[in-house]
Structure formats: structure tokens, C-alpha cells
Design a binder for this molecule. Sequence first.
Ligand code: ZN
Ligand code: ZN
Length: 298
Amino acid sequence: MSGLKLGAHMSIAGGVSNALDAAEAVQSNAVQVFMKSNRQWRGPEVKEEDVSRWNAQMPDSGVAYAVSHASYLINLASPKDDLWEKSVAAFADELERAHAYGIGHVVLHPGAHTGSGEEAGLQRIADALNRIHAQLPDCGDVKTLLELMAGQGTTLGYTFAQLAQIIGRVEEKERVGVCLDTCHALAAGYDFRTGEGYAAMMAEIEETVGIESVGCWHFNDSANDHGSRKDRHAHIGEGFVGAEGFRHILNDVRWDGVPMLLETPKKEDGDGKDEMNLRALAALVVDASRLPEGLRPK
Ligand SMILES: [Zn+2]
Ligand SMILES: [Zn+2]
């Protein structure tokens, strides 16, 4: 798995497989999708014909890697039993949907403790994952990626140490990893805009979750400054991360093969924003041979 994997979150309107067309249209070689509407608890049944189309198109699409993102409603840290149970069922459904499509990674916001305290919340998340893993032995091919968060409100998972704590309490550790997000990392207090800051962040990753546990990156600039703990995405180079922050990550070959996915503002796929942001990232890569072919400078 050599070279950079770059892509964006794409719409699944009309079928999950439509996201592959959108990913190809911007010359990317990775894609992120929701498996169903991200603001609903229930989704339609998985359509066999869409799964077939996905499987038929994937190998030739140039998109080597897909990751799904779980619904925003899910809160595995909730102290309320009814919401927690609902969240457990909904996240199990997310893993089953990904499994049906052969998607190997599902990104999950770890959750918010909503007043019960961090320790209780972290335990709740691990309990939920242990329950789901036991329930779904067949979904062992799908890894949950706990996302590093900005730390807004009572949200958990805003330090690498917290993510490591959750993983430490999961019994089947091979079924969990992490998703890093450049906007969230800066907002949470990691200042990787300087060479020194980036090295310090990498050292912390190595000491906690380990680089090998990182299944994907979300590449977003941040509308708020370092340590703001606010989660608002901006276009690449137009926020507080800036070109320098992305340059360090993009030119570090340790991230070869780990997808870097945009979740930057856009009206719709194909409105030119993803292309603009992918080009902005490509321009920061020193060794252009590491870029997907369609994104190499002409
Ligand atoms: Zn996310
Ligand atoms: Zn975000």
C-alpha cells in the first residue's frame, strides 16, 4: 500500500455505490460514506443490487479504499439506559451494513458523557463495544475507528490518551482503531503546525494508541484556533491549521496507505469544492509520485 490515499466524504443519495462515481470524478483514490442517513436511527434495508454494483465497480474504480462514518445520533457514552441501548443497536447496524459492502472501517464519534463524568463515559463506550463485538462475531472484518474529537461540551475522545483508555478496555482489541482529524486535533490542543509540534504529536500518538492503530485521517482545516475545543471545518489552507500543518502530515511517509478524507464544506458533490481542496493538498506534496495519478501536477 504505497503512496497517498486521498479522497472526500461523498453523498449516497440514490445508493451507496453512487459515492464511487463522485470519488472517481474528482480523481481521488479513497472515499468516505454514510451507510444510511446520518441523522436517522433507522435506514432502509440494504439493497442487494446496490451491494452488487458496489462490488463490481470498486476494483476498477481507482478508489482503493472506502470507509464509512456512523450516524451522529449514536452516543455509546450515554448514562441513560434507553439512549445507550438504542445507540448499541444502531452501531451494531452500522457494522452490519459496512460488512455487507465489504467496507473494513467504520468511523465512530466515541460519545458524550452528558454529565456522568469522563470515567463513567469511557467505561460505557467500552462496555458497548464489548457487547456489540460479542453479538456480531461475523463482523470481525470491520474495524471501528474511534475518532479524535475537538472536545466540545462533554464529548469524549479529545486526547490520544482517552482513545487509548477506551481501547484498553475493549476485549477484542483487533476490532478497534482510531481516526484522526486535523481540525479536531488543532481545536483539542495539538499544535502540529510547526515541525516541533508535529514531532511532539507523533511521539504522543506512538506512546498511546500507536501509529499502526490509525485507520484514516479526516483532513479539514479549522475555523477556530488551537485549543478552542470548537468543531467547525474550513477549506484547506483557509483556517487555523493552514498549509504548514497539512504539509507535515502529507510528506510523512509513515502515513502512506492511510486514507486522508476531506469533510470540508460543500453544497453538493461535484460543485468544485472537493477538487479545490484536493488540489490544495496535492500542491503541498513534495514527492508527486506519491499522489494518485489524476492529482499529480501536469
Ligand atoms: Zn466524524
Ligand atoms: Zn468535525
